[in-house]
Design a protein around this ligand. Structure first.
Ligand code: PGA
Length: 250
């Protein structure tokens, strides 16, 4: 079975609720006829409900950028998957490198969050990726392997259909430096191999692996032409209707 491409926009801490709604109104119209791929936008949590409302009956799903490992509790400033679920959110990005670096997201935490996302019947985009120092030291595979193993600890085979992996080399995020399509594909193939080792070859074949890091309308085609690249997680270029629309319609 061919893997359905999945293009997701990670808006990070950009766009107010009003800007978010206006944006998806335009995007919805522009992408109305796109059928053969999954489209996801990930606004800030504050805008999620209004964006879900605006995209009702459209071909665009809504994701958010993190969710807690508990469903409720004394966790000031946090939001649980159960709350996102009720708001109509479908995907949660977990372990983005900015959260790993700035918000204490460790593999152990990401794993706990992933389990709770799945318990709430949401889907997850789990991010992995090496820093420039790790790449230069020849440690890319070691780092990715540790992240994948840590994040997937105790996750059953039956849950894999609800998980997308995003390979995002930290040195390519927001820097304008894209991994070459071949460099990216090499790591994607490695990740698919890890899924085969940890689960089985069918699970590996079915796993969708997105690339992220300076994806633009100009490089999406070459990236998507690689056999193990199944989509993109787009930051900067997802903030404009035209560039995100062009990426979706690669
Ligand atoms: P970028 O961000 O496309 O701006 O490099 C990607 C990401 O952080 O997911």
């Amino acid at each position: 079975m061919a893997r359905t491409p999945i293009i997701a926009g990670n808006w990070k801490m950009y766009k107010t609720p009003k800007e978010s709604v206006e944006f998806v109104r335009q995007l919805r119209d522009q992408l109305r006829d796109v059928k053969d791929r999954e489209i996801v936008v990930c606004p800030t949590a504050l805008s999620a409900a209004a964006v879900v409302e605006t995209l009702r009956f459209s071909n665009i799903q809504v994701g958010c950028q993190d969710a807690h490992w508990e469903n409720e509790g004394a966790y000031t400033g946090n939001i649980s998957p159960a709350m996102f679920k009720e708001a109509g959110v479908r995907y949660i990005i977990l372990g983005h490198s900015e959260r790993r670096q700035l918000d204490n997201d460790t593999d152990t935490r990401i794993n706990a969050k992933l389990k709770n996302v799945l318990r709430n019947s949401l889907k997850a985009i789990v991010c992995v990726g090496e820093t420039v120092l790790e790449r230069e030291a020849g440690k890319t595979e070691k780092v990715i392997e540790a992240q994948v193993k840590g994040c997937f600890e105790g996750i059953g085979l039956g849950d894999l259909a609800d998980i997308v992996i995003a390979y995002e080399p930290v040195w390519a995020i927001g820097t304008g430096k894209t991994a070459t399509p071949e460099q990216a594909n090499e790591v994607h193939t490695f990740i698919r191999g890890l899924v085969a080792k940890g689960y089985n070859s069918e699970a590996a074949t079915n796993m969708r692996i997105q690339y992220g890091g300076s994806v633009k309308p100009e490089n999406i085609k070459q990236l998507m032409a690689q056999p193990d690249i199944d989509g993109a997680l787009v930051g900067g270029a997802s903030l404009k209707v035209d560039s995100f629309g062009a990426i979706v319609q690669f």
